[in-house]
Design a protein around this ligand. Structure first.
Ligand code: SF4
Length: 71
């Protein structure tokens, strides 16, 4: 299932400064797979869109959890 953020997500649209080598794989895994595992989506859901760092990649869940814990 496509992520609800897909339309405006800078990661999905390759608008982030550094594109990881596995970006296309991540898109399949998270954006068009299970977005509940995505670091960006986790912050979007808990703290809102504006709290998502511009350089956070979907697999940086540990960093996302730290940001969420800090509120
Ligand atoms: S799964 Fe994550 S990276 Fe993909 S569109 Fe949703 S918020 Fe963006």
């Amino acid at each position: 299932m496509d992520c609800e953020c897909l339309g405006g997500c800078p990661f999905f649209h390759d608008r982030m400064a550094n594109k990881p080598a596995l970006a296309n794989l991540m898109k399949k895994q998270y954006c068009q797979g299970d977005a509940t595992d995505c670091a960006r989506h986790r912050i979007f859901e808990t703290l809102g869109k504006d709290a998502v760092p511009s350089d956070l990649f979907p697999n940086q869940v540990e960093r996302a959890d730290q940001i969420i814990a800090a509120g």
